[in-house]
Ligand binder design. Structure first.
Ligand code: PGA
Length: 223
């Protein structure tokens, strides 16, 4: 079986102090003795915390988790006040979330814009994790990891059924050849296995449940 990817999206929640507490609990990931050939964990904090997560991971020998950003500028470095570009992110992270439905909806991100973000990520060696809301959502060239997150399932406690998620994941793979396909939307420690045991689902993207580091560790264990 291919390795499972478990991605934690901490969204726009924690300040520095709360993030430090989260890290103190997350550190117990080192006790799980994860086999990196079987499970890969990616944590996506806010931009303001990427550096402290990066430092904390290295000073606490957290080698079984990588870092991702939650967004990236569609522009290269330059006079774009307020933007954080792919070259800057690459100093701390190897992944970036692009195309989350919260960004499509609240920030009017269009497919054209998302393609530009993917291109910038690829230019600087960041792996895009591209979020799609259904099997019809277009996937930009160069993307290797997608996360299927139906809107009704995000933050609602009402996940898709594993069978329906499996059908969607299988359809995406049939359309696009080999891709890593994750499921996201109300994943918790009690339901994660029902998704990861599906043959076409290669992992999960976890939002709300990952805000509690202990619950995230349970999700990683149960996946
Ligand atoms: P959720 O969010 O796990 O809270 O449903 C998933 C996401 O938005 O990525």
């Amino acid at each position: 079986m291919a390795k499972l990817l478990i991605v934690a999206n901490l969204k726009s929640y924690k300040n520095e102090n709360e993030a430090k507490n989260w890290l103190e609990n997350f550190k117990k990931i080192n006790d799980l003795s994860l086999d990196s050939a079987q499970k890969e964990v990616i944590v996506c904090p806010s931009f303001t915390q990427l550096f402290s997560f990066f430092s904390y991971f290295s000073s606490n020998n957290i080698n079984s988790a990588a870092l991702g950003a939650q967004n990236v500028s569609p522009f290269d470095e330059g006079a774009y006040t307020g933007e954080v570009n792919a070259k800057q992110i690459k100093d701390f992270a190897n992944y970036v979330l692009i195309g989350h439905s919260e960004r499509r909806k609240n920030f009017s991100e269009t497919q054209d814009l998302l393609v530009r973000k993917v291109d910038m990520a690829l230019k600087y060696g960041l792996n895009p994790i591209f979020l799609i809301q259904g099997k019809e959502t277009p996937i930009p060239e160069g993307v290797k990891i997608v996360a299927y997150e139906p809107i009704f399932a995000i933050g609602t406690g009402n996940p898709d059924t594993p069978e329906s998620a499996e059908m969607t994941a299988a359809a995406i793979k049939a359309n696009r050849g080999y891709l890593t396909v994750l499921y996201g939307g109300s994943v918790k420690s009690v339901n994660v296995k029902s998704f990861t045991e599906q043959p076409s689902i290669d992992g999960v993207l976890v939002g709300g449940a990952s805000l509690d580091a202990e619950e995230l560790l349970k999700i990683i264990q149960n996946a």
